[in-house]
Design a protein around this ligand. Sequence first.
Ligand SMILES: Cc1ncc(COP(=O)(O)O)c(C=O)c1O
Length: 421
Amino acid sequence: MVKDLFERIQKNKGPLGMWASQAEGYYVFPKLEGPLSNRMMFHGKEVINWSINDYLGLANHPEVRKVDAEAAAEYGAAYPMGARMMSGHTTKHEQLENELASFVQKESAYLLNFGYQGMVSIIDALVSKNDIIVYDVDSHACIIDGVRLHMGKRFTYKHNDIESLEKNLERAVNMAETTGGGILVITEGVFGMRGQQGKLKEIVALKEKYNFRLLVDDAHGFGTLGKTGAGAGEEQGCQDGIDVYFSTFAKSMASIGAFVAADKDIIDFLKYNLRSQMFAKALPMMLVLGALKRLEMLRTMPELKDKLWENVNALQNGLKEKGFNIGDTNTCVTPVYLEGSIPEAMVMVNDLRENHSVFLSIVVYPVIPKGIILLRMIPTATHTLEDINQTLSAYEAIRVKLENGTYKKIAEQTTVDVSAT
Ligand SMILES: Cc1ncc(COP(=O)(O)O)c(C=O)c1O
């Protein structure tokens, strides 16, 4: 007898969905209200907000809001209609592509409606079944999903581990010699959970020994790293060695959309082969005009990035001075590693939000190993020294309660189900 397809889904909600009844509306799917900024409203109270990727503070910048509103008034949400190839092409889309390409020091660029789908299609378009993909095991889900479409071989290498990459490149070379294909290496410019930069310089150096092309997802590096904000490759002095550069507008650009940049012949190929763009409506004009404004601000207002880094340094140095483990971040992403169970983590985050007015994201198993709690913070240009000092004091207070078992006791007394830890 054929089972009802929904039977499994109704029973097993998945590794994150299993927490829904205890977590939804608070730990997951929280509602942050009010203008996007360093302080927002949560459950009717003001909190210091460390959870949005508005690195440069553009989300609610008056100049950005003005251009967004004017563009919406002039074009509405629809224009242009249709896919770029068919009826959705405009000179403004082209202008934005040209400006993005020059900003990230590449010949050419192409717009994507969403980073996630765009990345899936970029990988799909770049490789054929004879090609081999070698990618960092901790890659973002959009890379994993792109690799899932690949009909040929793929190897993962240990996270940011060049020795492991080399071993897998040797395997890939052997394989490619029999299939007659090429090799694509994929990494992130910045790993968004722990904040390490991908070791781009070392990866690029391996090109002298192995014949491969490099695709970099620089979602968190774009606008935050490098002298001009061109990202992790610029920061490490190896932007030229990145064959295909990708970033989203969802972080420093505080919007929706994304782009891919490379040599002109590669972008010309992608324009005609990126299925997520060929068969989807073009990015609306109001977003294109908004992105042009944001990019102009990235270029002409270096003080935004300077302010961001002032805050990053104050927060990260403050945490280190107080003895907190922030791992090996070398970017704005600021993780704090603590030891404890998931129920303890939930009680602790509740304490942070309710009694210290600090709102941050909590990352637990299965994203990180069991027994570790990762509190993840994204400093932005809108944060103040007062926000940072208040947060540092809150950290000191929660550490005491975590270490003296207060959170454990509360977790045991409440309905939090500890069986899954
Ligand atoms: C590393 C990384 N790649 C890709 C994406 C997806 O981009 P988008 O939000 O534009 O779909 C994200 C999240 O925004 C990301 O963090």
